[in-house]
Structure formats: C-alpha cells, structure tokens
Design a protein around this ligand. Structure first.
Ligand code: AMP
Length: 418
C-alpha cells in the first residue's frame, strides 16, 4: 500500500514522525526542518478527511519523564503548520480516550515516546555483563510488544514517516506494524523520498560514481567505506580520517586527530582500493593550526609532515583541487561527513570545495545525495542545500541503508527481503 493510494476519509491514522528538533534553553525550536519535512504526509491525511495521532521521540530521556524533552514544547508549531488546534496527550501510553474522541480533521500529539523504556526496548539500569541481563532483555521485549499494541489500538492505520529512526527496531518504528493489516500500514512521503534516493545510489548508478566520506574517524565509517569500495569509481576520504591514513603510511601528523589502532585498517583500505581499481583520493596537503580554535595560527603543510605542536584541521589547496577533480564530472555522488572542522569559519575551505564541485556536477545532470547530520549542517551553512539533488534527513539510517542493511522500519511495512 502506498500513501497516495490510501483514502484516509473517516480513518484514524497513527503517524510516526521525527520531531526530534533542536530547542534552545527556553524550549524554543531553533530549526524546524524536521517538522516541515513531515507536513506533506500529515496534510494528505487531514485533507482526505482523516484524523491524526502524531508520535515521535525527542532526545534521549532514557525511559524517564524529562520535562526538558517534552513534545508539548512543539505543539503550537505543529498546530501553526497544520493550521488547526492540536490536542496533547501527556502520557503516550494512556491516550486511548483522547484518541477515541478524535473527530475527522482532529490532531492529537502524543508525549515523547522515549519517556517509556518500552519504546527502545532496552532494559534499563542493568549492565550487559550482568548474568540477569538476558532475562531482563527478554522481559523488556515482551513489554515492548504490549506498548506497541497499545499505540496501535488508537488507530485504524499506521504510517511511518520517520526515516531518521528507521534503522532502529523500536516499538513505534517497527514493532507496531505487526498490529496492522498489510493494507493498513505504509511509508509516508518523506520516507518514500528517502528510500528512492537510496535506491538511486544503490541500484541505478550512473558512472562515474564518486563517494566522499569525511568526518572525524575511520572507525565509525568503516562499514560503509568497505561497502562502497565495490560500487564507486572514485572514493574521497577526508576530514579527520586523513591523518590516520597519513600516519599509517609513515607520516608525521603532529597533534592531528588520529586513530592509532586503525593504522592497519587504513593500509588495508588503500590495498583494497588498488585491487578493485577504485581511485582513492586522500588529502596530500592540509591547513594546519597551532590550536583547536577558529583564531589559531595556520599554515599549509604536507599531511605527511605536520610539525609536532600543530594539527590538520582542513584540506589544503592542492587537496581541494584533487577533490574537485574527482567530483565535478561524476554522474552519481554521495557525500557524508565534512572535510575539515567546518564549524570554525576559517576551516571550511575543504568542505566548501567539495560542496561547490557537487553543485557543478549536479548542474551538469549528476544525481547528488548529501546526508548524515554534519554534512547537512555543512551544506546548509553554505546555503547550497537546494542546489544538490537530495539532502537526506537520516544520519545512521542513511549510512546503514547505503551499507545495504535492511532497515527495520522499512522491513516492518514492506516485509523482510531475507
Ligand atoms: P562525524 O561525526 O564522524 O561525521 O564527524 C564530524 C566532525 O568531524 C565535525 O564536527 C568536524 O568538525 C570533525 N572534523 C572534520 N575534520 C576534522 C579534523 N581534521 N580534525 C578534527 N575534527 C575534524
């Protein structure tokens, strides 16, 4: 079933969204992108004559009530965008009466799902090493099913539009789907768009395909790097990873971020790239700083020869050119992770060179996907988000999808491929 095929007239729809928006110290939303992202789905349901039960998590309350993470703080913004009054359920597990009384066109927002440990389904207050852990986990899984069943009981139809949490098997993202017939559960518009963007990268590859992986560490990206090695023509590895590679090849990296226990892994990646005929592009020069701050003194040095008290915080001019060359003629592009400490204005040049080359390639017809928290912040900082083909809302979910893993949130609706 697709959301477009479904007529929500007279139906109560429970919709899992990702309203995990950033708030300031006064509880004011500082970026409502995620709320706006879910609007097409929510509006379609209301326009059909259905009613909405909206559920989301916010932050990491770890199974306990935490007023700072209450979704009541976003109720008015949701109401403003939907142009209607929004009712609030102070306990998501005790909203049966309010759900029952919803009229067509009515909107009920449930309190933060993660105030209940059952949402994540992980036992709380017990260590994994504890001999009683397995029993506690089993018990929690049962409680999770009950919790999901309660949520499901509020509605006739379930829609999952929360791509950011689709890689988690939580009560509201996956388990709940078991309590709906195949015809009464579906992905929302945002999810459909995300899945299509990933499909474009995984199955419909137009060549050359250039992937750019940045960020701080090799260790958190190794799964996707290995997976991409079988698919890409050019692989740019940048950001903090640069220095693990430089050190592995005998370089002096000074105080640069470096994973000393991943040197063999770095050499292995270089070897695999050669074997598979992948053009691996690593930083050759960098902008080194004498302090981890925006106002530090800087100099351009070879990544292999960084003075002892200095650290590489951005890609150097030669490297930026090499990155741009590997990107600008590509037909498929994936970018995850910045090429430097882009949060400091003086160390954005590497990421900017990447973003500009992606925009250039996109203008020439490439499909470009930018995803993962920091690269999205980066492309937004440059004001170029609408000049790439697709900006994903998913961080971990996007990477897992591209690694080829089945996302529980999607499998729960479409059925497992395994
Ligand atoms: P990740 O969460 O692994 O994607 O890493 C993103 C972070 O990596 C950003 O906050 C960047 O500031 C940081 N980063 C990028 N390049 C460097 C670098 N050369 N040294 C330290 N941190 C970096």
């Amino acid at each position: 079933m697709t959301i477009d095929q479904y007529n929500f007239n007279g139906k109560k729809a429970i919709v899992r969204v990702d309203f995990n928006v950033p708030l300031d110290e006064n509880g004011k939303i500082t970026d409502d992108t995620r709320i706006r992202g879910a609007l097409p789905t929510l509006k379609k349901i209301l326009a059909d004559g259905g009613s909405l039960i909206i559920m989301s998590h916010m932050g990491k309350p770890k199974g306990k009530v935490n007023p700072k993470l209450s979704l009541s703080q976003i109720k008015d913004t949701v109401g403003k965008y939907l142009n209607t009054e929004v009712e609030f359920a102070e306990d998501c597990a005790k909203a049966a009466e309010q759900a029952k009384n919803l009229k067509p066109g009515g909107v009920l927002l449930l309190e933060n799902l993660r105030f209940h440990p059952e949402e994540e389904g992980k036992p709380v207050g017990i260590d994994k090493e504890d001999p009683a852990y397995d029993a506690a986990k089993k018990e929690m899984k049962e409680r999770q099913k009950e919790f999901a069943k309660t949520l499901a009981s509020y509605a006739d139809v379930y829609v999952n539009d929360a791509f950011g949490t689709a890689h988690r098997r939580h009560a509201s993202t996956a388990v709940i789907a078991d309590y709906f017939d195949q015809d009464d559960k579906m992905l929302g518009y945002l999810m459909e768009k995300e899945v299509k963007a990933v499909d474009n990268i995984l199955s419909d590859i137009k060549r050359p395909f250039t992937a750019i992986m940045g960020g701080s560490k090799v260790s958190t990206k190794i799964g996707i790097i290995e997976n991409l090695m079988d698919k890409v023509d050019n692989l740019i590895l940048c950001g903090g990873m640069t220095y693990t590679f430089a050190k592995a090849q005998g370089g002096n990296v000074g105080k640069s971020i470096c994973e000393n226990d991943k040197l063999d892994l770095a050499l292995d990646i270089i070897k695999k790239a050669k074997e598979k005929g992948v053009n691996l592009v690593l930083g050759t020069d960098c902008v080194a700083a004498d302090d981890f701050s925006n106002d530090a003194n800087t100099m351009v040095v070879s990544c292999m020869d960084i003075p002892a008290e200095w650290e590489g915080l951005d890609a150097g001019p030669e490297t930026r050119k090499a990155f741009a060359n590997a990107i600008k003629d590509a037909k498929t592009i994936l970018w995850n992770g910045p090429a430097g400490v882009f949060e400091f204005d003086n160390f954005t040049a590497g990421s900017r060179a990447i973003a500009d080359a992606i925009v250039e390639a996109t203008e020439k017809g490439a499909f470009s996907l930018v995803g993962g928290g920091d690269s999205v912040a980066c492309i937004n900082k440059f004001g170029l988000a609408d000049k790439v083909s697709y900006v994903s809302t998913g961080g971990g979910a996007l990477l897992e999808a591209i690694e080829g893993k089945e996302l529980p949130g999607i499998a729960a609706i479409r059925g497992s491929k395994k």
